[in-house]
Design a protein around this ligand. Structure first.
Ligand code: F6P
Length: 557
């Protein structure tokens, strides 16, 4: 048995551990049978169901037995997951390639907590900025903050991309029932000019406020869109003083306040954060300003409390009952031992329709790495493809492949006891609670995936023999069921933090730096390099294929 490594030491090669060997032995000839496992073990549900903060998580339909789980927990122990987690919470520089602390968990620490990192009073700084964001949001919400013509703000447009967009959009959608009735938010992210053009359509510059959100304030898409919006604003408010108009209609969120000023936004109208907040972990920083305006400081504070509750669970629960750790380890089992290449997240909540897209950046930008944090090559596959759509829409699109396809696709199902909008369907004098009809699908899908339908069961329905094989469901398709009372701000925060820590656990086992994103750089550099050729100003200095494509484009422009 390997002893637990220290967080500052080189990553342990997970494949060199005794737990890995044991898991490999379990995987060889693995013949799961959820039917048999449930029949043999009446305690399976209670043994594999956990409560984490307000989330009720049933992992009993996972493709795992207690001996496998024991080895997965040993793998966590032998690769030092808990030490790395503790190092993260303590503010150690676990983002090795950028030499930074990783402290998104500090963004949701209560005001009376204390954490000093690199000589900085982190909690004090966090709450100082939060107070400023809250005060600003209250002014916009109450109508005290007016545009340059004296009218109240009716639309807030967040300009940002990646982590400066996906979190705010996802949460704005998820918390729709909590939004201010008279203020809408819109979001511009893509450098495709269509995005700005369509988003600005129908807006009145006099009542529109822009929030330029960019951690670095150097992102091509965001700065280009910010300039487009500034031009649109000044054009629409031609009678007003330009500086006054920008001061009343533009605020910024960034770690680079000098660049904000250089862009022409008064630092008094800027909210900062810190390099120890990764972009994809930044919704709970000032990057959430548009959300604070939409739902109000009180609700945003509840979101932070929910995240903190899940942080505390991850930080303190013993590994065998630690939901993010268990779910992360199950993902390792599925992807490294059972060959799963993707992971579906299927919310049975229309309000979470952007949650899978949000998770794609969180999981794939974090764990899509081929080298470990000491620069050595990984020894096993990393980062699955995360994807998903809300149920029941997905049922009528891609579930066929999950049920009967040849690939193993672990899936997380998410549902809430309370409907956000309770509606009753009445037909022939009979009333149906539509939420219950909806949830019947949630329960049915995980049941079908787990237990399938045998050839005997198909035949018993009188099916013609030639069609029997096509109608058989093998079952043994793993799912996790995550339930909560309602999709409140706190529960949303818990879900976000749950997936952050699942992602963390997987990255820690693999020994990778889940907090850098060097893989996005090359494309950015080449786009800058190719821009003059695309504009027809010079001949492309590129490979023959790229050069020919640019030539084709120039000929068709
Ligand atoms: O290109 C990837 C990325 O760096 C993400 O990690 C980040 O969330 C996004 O770009 C936006 O960056 P910024 O907030 O600095 O504009």
């Amino acid at each position: 048995m390997t002893s637990s490594p220290d967080a500052s030491s080189a990553p342990v090669d997970p494949t060199s551990t005794s737990a890995w060997d044991a898991l490999r032995a379990h995987a060889d000839g693995f013949a799961p049978s959820l039917r048999a496992w449930f029949a043999e073990d009446p305690e399976r549900v209670s043994a594999l169901t956990f409560d984490a903060a307000d989330l009720h998580v049933d992992l009993s339909k996972s493709l795992v037995t207690q001996p496998i789980l024991t080895e997965l927990l040993a793998l966590a122990e032998q690769t030092g997951v808990a030490q790395r987690r503790d190092a993260m919470f303590a503010g150690e520089h676990i983002n090795v390639t950028e030499d930074r602390a990783v402290l998104h968990t500090a963004l949701r620490l209560p005001r009376d907590a204390s954490l000093s990192v690199d000589g900085q009073d982190v909690v004090g700084d966090v709450h100082e900025v939060l107070e400023r964001v809250y005060a600003f949001a209250e002014k916009v919400r109450s109508g005290e903050w007016t545009g340059v013509t004296g009218e109240r703000i009716r639309t807030v447009v967040n300009i940002g991309i990646g982590g400066s967009d996906l979190g705010p959009v996802m949460a704005y959608e998820a918390l729709a029932p909590y939004r201010h009735a008279e203020i809408q938010c819109r979001f511009i992210s893509n450098i495709d000019p269509t995005d700005a053009a369509l988003t600005l359509q129908g807006l009145d510059p006099a009542t529109t406020l822009f929030i330029v959100s960019s951690k670095t304030f150097g992102t091509l898409e965001t700065l280009t869109n910010a300039r487009l919006c500034k031009a649109w604003l000044l054009d629409g408010l031609a009678g007003s003083d330009a500086d006054d108009a920008v001061a009343k209609h533009f605020v910024a969120v960034s770690t680079a306040l000098d660049k904000v000023e250089a862009f022409g936004i008064d630092p008094a109208n800027a909210f900062g954060f810190w390099d120890w907040v990764g972009g994809r972990y930044s919704l709970d920083s000032a990057i959430g300003t548009s959300l604070v305006v939409a739902v109000g400081p009180e609700r945003f504070a509840e979101l932070l409390e929910g995240m903190h509750a899940m942080d505390e669970h991850f930080r303190t629960a013993e590994p065998a009952a630690n939901v993010p750790m268990l779910m992360g380890l199950l993902n390792v089992w599925y992807s490294n031992f059972l060959g799963a290449q993707t992971h579906a997240v299927l919310p049975y909540a229309q309000l979470l329709h952007r949650f899978p897209a949000y998770l794609q950046q969180l999981t794939m930008e974090s764990n899509g790495k081929g080298v470990r944090y000491d620069g050595t090559a990984v020894t096993t596959s990393t980062g699955e493809v995360f994807w998903g759509e809300p149920g029941t829409n997905g049922q009528h699109a891609f579930y066929q492949l999950i049920h009967q396809g040849t690939r193993l696709i672990p899936a997380d199902f998410i549902a809430f006891a309370d409907p956000a909008y309770p509606l009753t369907d009445t037909q022939d004098g009979q009333s149906t609670d539509v939420h219950e009809l909806f949830l019947a699908n949630f329960f049915a899908q995980t049941r079908a995936l787990a237990f399938g339908k045998t050839a005997e069961e198909v035949r018993a329905e009188g099916t013609e023999e030639s069609v029997v094989p096509a109608r058989v469901f093998t079952g043994d398709r793993p799912t996790a069921s995550i339930m909560a009372q309602a999709l409140t701000p706190s529960v949303l925060g818990q879900l976000i933090a749950l997936y952050e820590h699942i992602t963390f656990t997987q990255g820690a086992v693999w020994g990778i730096d889940s907090f850098d994103q060097w893989g996005v750089e090359l494309g950015k550099q080449l786009a800058q390099q190719l821009a003059p050729a695309v504009a027809g100003e010079e001949t492309a200095d590129a490979d023959p294929s790229t050069t020919a494509l640019i030539d084709w484009y120039r000929a068709h422009r």
